[in-house]
Design a protein around this ligand. Sequence first.
Ligand code: ARG
Length: 272
Amino acid sequence: MPTAPRASTPRRYLMCPPTYYRVTYSINPWMDPGKPVDLALALAQWEELRDRYRALGHTVEELTPRPDLPDMVFAANGATVVDGRVLGARFAHPERWAEAGVHLQWFRSHGYAQVHEPEHINEGEGDFAVTATWLLAGRGFRSSPLSHPEAQEFFGRPVIGLDLVDPRYYHLDTALCVLDGDEVMYYPGAFSPGSRAVLERLFPDALVASEEDAAALGLNAVSDGRHVLLPQAAVGLFEPLRARGYEPIGMDLGELLKGGGSVKCCTQELRG
Ligand code: ARG
């Protein structure tokens, strides 16, 4: 029996245009400063993603980029917002430190009353993923394990700490994507054996991604409950998503991949 199509819910996203995007330093294995970035193409690819969200009925807010912060296009890392409460970021690498303040400033000037400047390093939605029940929290490369209790206390949601072990999947959102409710897709190879066992226990029905699809950053996807926007090269994920009633939408963010990010990295969700 075919699966009934899912229902999407309208979302609000915060994005930052790649006006000053470039790869001049390397803080993850995807970044090679010797490889040129086509800025015009990066902009066109980013605009296509933004316009696609809008065409699907979602709201996209835009953050003003700063010339000295080339990674600002990866807006997912700047904060985590749940129930209108904002947990600011604190970046691991000095190259990105100043981004945290830009995000905090944006929230304060947009009417957010509950804004928490964190004590411990956390890279926003790069390492925090919100399911219906849990806050999944990555650690190992960027976010400090100490940021997990800090987030749990602030959001009042049970945090599940997950250990990332493969440097290509340095952020949780490169290895796991929340599809809807407590349904996720993930790549087991990115996690420690214990964390893999935790994921199997919490999500026995998860869509498990292959190494090839993970390597195309296919897990760096955004779902609105029905449409799943993901890197188009992750071809193996399309059929399994359709079988579950989702509508996969392939995006080409090839120029952003050179910075180590794709769909999800460019998209911060403003919840509640
Ligand atoms: N160049 C950025 C960094 O290494 C990419 C961030 C990607 N963002 C993400 N949410 N995974 O920090």
